[in-house]
Design a protein around this ligand. Sequence first.
Ligand SMILES: *Cc1c(COP(=O)(O)O)cnc(C)c1O
Length: 363
Amino acid sequence: MADFRSDTVTQPCAAMRRAMHDAELGDDVFNDDPTTLELQRYAAELLGFEAALFAPSGTQTNLIAMMSHCQRGDEAIVGQQWHTYKWEGGGMAVLGSVQPQPLELQADGTLALSDIAGAIKPDDPHFARTRLIVIENTVGGKVLPLSYMRDVATLAREKGLKCHIDGARLMNAAVALASEHQLSPQEMARELCQGYDSVSLCLSKGLGCPVGSLLLGSKEFIQQAKRVRKMLGGGMRQTGVLTAAGLYALHHNIERLADDHANARYLADGLTELARELQTLQSLTVIAPQTNIVFTDIAPALADRLLPYLAEHGIKVTASRYQATQGALMRLRWVCHLDISRQQITETLTLIRQFAQEVSLVK
Ligand SMILES: *Cc1c(COP(=O)(O)O)cnc(C)c1O
């Protein structure tokens, strides 16, 4: 049994549950839930912002950010594959009346600075008012480097635009970059945020909380964000039961993301080895992971047999069909997280080897 579908599937550990159980509570809409106030204070300090706001999901913190930065008829520059554009039900347009301007991603997951600059519209009544640049880090498990993050923030400032990081997995980026910059992951995360007007950070992914996301920014921005959160129905009451988990996660679960990254590499190496060795798995290609997410592509005919086999043996992955230049392929996504152990990965690799041998016998 191993659930690789997402790092959202993690269950709170015993110590986190205890922290949730013991949390001191108030009413967060009245602004007196002490645990939530402490989480918001701690997170703001950690990432170098004046203030923070807890919300039910990353989709909501992103939407709140876009609606707080933009007015009706404003435009936000986004990536074609980004969560804010593709995976949030069109919320910025539907609920925010904000026009998205999507740009193609480069192979490394960045938006080319020249593309961003080229998409900024002049002040002309024909055009929506370009107001915001949204950056995602990590994006599909890829890490955008510090120098690039700085360049985008500088460009935004030069052009008089706001900039937001969808940092659902920002801590994964920080952990991946920290040693190269000789910083702690926490210091690295703060560096990545520098120059940005706002950041959203998921607590319920690799950090291991059952629920929740944080939005960070200036005091004034968070005041506006709180108004928008209420409007969207995200004002909640005894949130301390949830934010206690968030505090636990920020204190205990950042450094350990390195284990997930090492596990992802172990899985990728193991799969690469199997593909090299076994005729049945010839069509399997593995994209080397930078953080905790491994993508593998396989021929649809192989997927038709492998996916049910994995499911039968309690291995859960997500799969989507896409059109590559060499024909249709199935892309499988394997996400490593707190509840995936090295042992489970070894068992998964053994199982896939067994599958390949059984299939080759049938042929
Ligand atoms: C998961 C994720 C979100 C938020 O998702 P929720 O399920 O709404 O918490 C936002 N952006 C990115 C890049 C994500 O991966």
